[in-house]
Design a protein around this ligand. Structure first.
Ligand SMILES: Cc1ncc(COP(=O)(O)O)c(C=O)c1O
Length: 373
């Protein structure tokens, strides 16, 4: 069987460090270390004095405690810390999927679990977020595609790339579909906390059904992707089984990262970070929207409800991967191609940047597109 590369991350590897403007960061602009630590001399002293040894393999207890606090009904035994949500997705798939099992997942979506399932020889079925209906869930397709081989229903909520947040009824429909065949729900919730249109954070699937594995991460809503800290919240017994895979894959997340993540998620510091995130998202999007509306009907879109990206349909007869490459080469601006998320003729443009940077990058895209149309 031919290996299926992870196309989106492959493009990131190729382009993100060499372009002038990287508009693929789906979380907000990363924090500086001094912005996170601020003037907290105590923290600095504790960091300077810490031995850089192996931390707790399943995550340092203070960090796990601070994560558990974010989920109704969770305690520290329900939390496993991983190397980003990327490792979490990986070891969940390794643990749960057995020969003959099927994955049911959304489209468009972040295609990591999709690729992992295909590469392990599993059948992947999909259900749509409907482009012509505000990205709402195609519930009929969901119900039609669940069957007694479905081992996992994987959702990304809020969704990457559309920024769509499921309604309570849609979440319940996912739970009902999973419960009807005893499937697990893999709920990738890394954009929770990065809401644009509402103050409250997106509710978790955790607590709605007993077979839920909910994922979070420091990367997106906290602007700390370089910490490489993510987590799984789920039933203790299943987490213990997944932990056995974590020992093979990564052993543990980094020692300093565990400490910085615990600090960032502490009740004293977290509100400051969330405020920063919302400010980037709420000021960035109007800049992108005003620019799109100026482009003479070239783009159509449903505004994202969360995340720092917008998934935009363009009106040009050109494949989205080709267009992405032209923009990298000619404008030195990197955006996501729709193909990477399972939907051609779209671009995913990130707006969680400072306004000047965004305007300069969008101006370059405009000039390049003008030459194409
Ligand atoms: C939906 C989703 N899940 C997981 C990840 C991986 O994130 P992390 O940096 O936590 O490994 C990403 C990164 O883009 C993502 O968009």
């Amino acid at each position: 069987m031919k290996f299926q590369p992870f196309e989106l991350e492959y493009h990131q590897s190729q382009w993100e460090q060499i372009v002038d403007y990287n508009l693929t960061e789906s979380g907000v602009h990363p924090m500086r270390l001094d912005e996170l630590v601020g003037g907290d001399g105590d923290l600095l002293e504790r960091l300077m004095e810490s031995e850089i040894g192996y931390p707790h393999v399943n995550g340092n207890p203070e960090l796990r405690q601070n994560i558990a606090r974010l989920y109704n009904g969770a305690d520290i035994s329900n939390v496993l810390v991983t190397v980003g949500a990327a490792e979490a997705n990986h070891i969940i798939m390794q643990t749960l999927m057995e020969p003959g099992d099927e994955l049911l997942t959304q489209t468009p979506t972040y295609k990591q679990v999709w690729g992992l399932a295909l590469n392990a020889g599993h059948t992947v079925r999909t259900f749509k977020l409907q482009p012509d209906a505000g990205w709402t869930v195609d519930l009929e397709e969901l119900r039609n595609n669940v069957n007694d081989k479905t081992k996992i229903i994987a959702v990304c909520n809020p969704n990457n790339p559309t920024g769509y947040i499921m309604t309570a009824a849609e979440m319940q429909a996912i739970v009902d579909a999973a419960a009807s065949v005893g499937a697990w729900i893999l709920a990738d919730e890394v954009y929770s906390g990065a809401e644009r249109i509402q103050e409250h954070e997106t509710p978790s699937f955790f607590g709605m059904y007993d077979k839920v594995l909910a994922l979070g991460s420091m990367s997106k809503a906290y602007g700390l992707p370089g910490l490489r800290v993510g987590w799984i919240v789920g039933p203790t017994e299943m987490l213990d089984t997944i932990w056995r895979r974590h020992e093979y894959t990564a052993i543990t997340a980094g020692a300093i990262s565990n400490k910085l993540a615990a600090y960032a998620l502490s009740p004293e510091v977290r509100p400051r970070i969330m405020k920063r995130t919302r400010a980037y998202i709420q000021t960035g999007y109007p800049t992108l929207e005003a620019w799109m509306d100026k482009q003479d009907g070239l783009f159509s879109y449903t505004p994202p409800q969360a995340s720092a990206v917008s998934f935009i349909k363009y009106n040009l007869d050109i494949d989205s991967t080709e267009l992405m490459e032209i923009l990298c080469r000619e404008a030195s601006v990197f955006v996501g191609s729709g193909n990477s998320f399972g939907m051609d003729h779209h671009l995913r443009i990130a707006f969680g940047q400072g306004k000047d940077v965004l305007l300069e990058a969008l101006g370059r895209i405009e000039n390049t597109l003008a030459k194409l149309s």
